[in-house]
Design a binder for this molecule. Structure first.
Ligand SMILES: [Zn+2]
Length: 285
């Protein structure tokens, strides 16, 4: 059994359309699948409609960008009512701030002699409702300013680099509240991104997130591909800590690839069968 509850379509910063992702999910023989675009439900709504033609169970998903004390904390939402008006209004606000940011990043790039136009970015963005830095990185690569998307980030777009522009984000507490009031389930993705060096601090943060209404943790994630200089043993230690924590607090254990279309693969994340069965019964699949 394989699942993937975290991936991005062309409606945010992924490369593939929801239709293409559904086909890949079918080819990978997934049991449960969810598209979780950044601050957008357009792609996941299309996928939900078309998923009836496929053999896996589809869960409506989203990944809301949030920030807590200067730190980026994203929140995954599942099985919510995408037509909930408060939910929709908040997403429009977040999407507008992303659009405004395009101009600010362009201006900073121009200041340092990188000649990328608004049209270059829009070509990369396509039909996405959540333009983001990956679109800039791809445009910079297309125009030959960098050799890779990664280089665009480390040289220009990452926090502390010359073309970095912060974006309006909401607090995780608010993101969780929005998902819950739309009858969804809030899950913390890739917890290792948050407090990667200190389990004590991680536990403090997790306790806080639970008090705000989080119901699960994405324990299974390919950290090994991202923290390449982080010892595998340490990653395993964190995973075991998280599994214990989820058991203690009765939280859902989930897993996702965070596939964007370039590196890694859809469904290429190992989730033990016992947790897949739990997810199935939790969502009545
Ligand atoms: Zn993601």
């Amino acid at each position: 059994m394989k699942i993937d509850l975290h991936c991005h379509s062309s409606f945010s910063d992924g490369i593939f359309t929801p239709q293409q992702l559904l086909k890949i999910a079918e080819n990978k023989r997934l049991t449960i699948f969810s598209i979780t675009d950044h601050d957008s439900v357009s792609g996941t709504a299309i996928a939900k409609r078309e998923s009836a033609n496929y053999s896996f169970s589809y869960i409506t998903g989203i990944e809301i960008s949030a920030r807590y004390k200067q730190e980026k904390i994203e929140i995954l939402g599942y099985n919510f009512n995408a037509d909930n008006s408060a939910f929709k209004q908040s997403l429009v606000k977040l999407q507008n701030s992303r659009k405004e940011r395009i101009y600010k990043i362009l201006a900073k790039l121009h200041e340092i002699g990188i000649d990328i136009s608004y049209d270059d970015i829009i070509k990369e963005v396509g039909n996405a409702s959540s333009p983001g830095r990956p679109h800039f990185a791809r445009a910079m690569k297309t125009k030959g300013y960098v050799n890779s998307v990664k280089e665009a980030f480390t040289e220009y777009l990452a926090e502390g680099r010359p073309a970095y522009v912060p974006r309006l984000t909401i607090e995780p507490k608010e993101a969780i509240r929005l998902i819950n009031q739309a009858n969804g389930i809030a899950v913390l993705p890739h917890p290792l991104f948050v407090e990667k060096h200190d389990l004590g601090r991680m536990e403090e943060l997790l306790d806080l997130l639970i008090s705000w209404g989080i119901r699960g943790i994405e324990v299974y994630y390919n950290y090994e591909n991202i923290f390449t200089n982080f010892p595998a043993k340490k990653i395993l230690g964190v995973k075991n800590f998280l599994l214990d924590y989820c058991k203690q607090k009765d939280l859902l254990v989930t897993g996702g690839s965070d596939f964007h279309g370039d590196k890694g693969g859809l469904g290429e994340v190992y989730v033990p069968k016992e947790y897949i069965l739990q997810i199935q019964s939790f969502f009545n699949l």
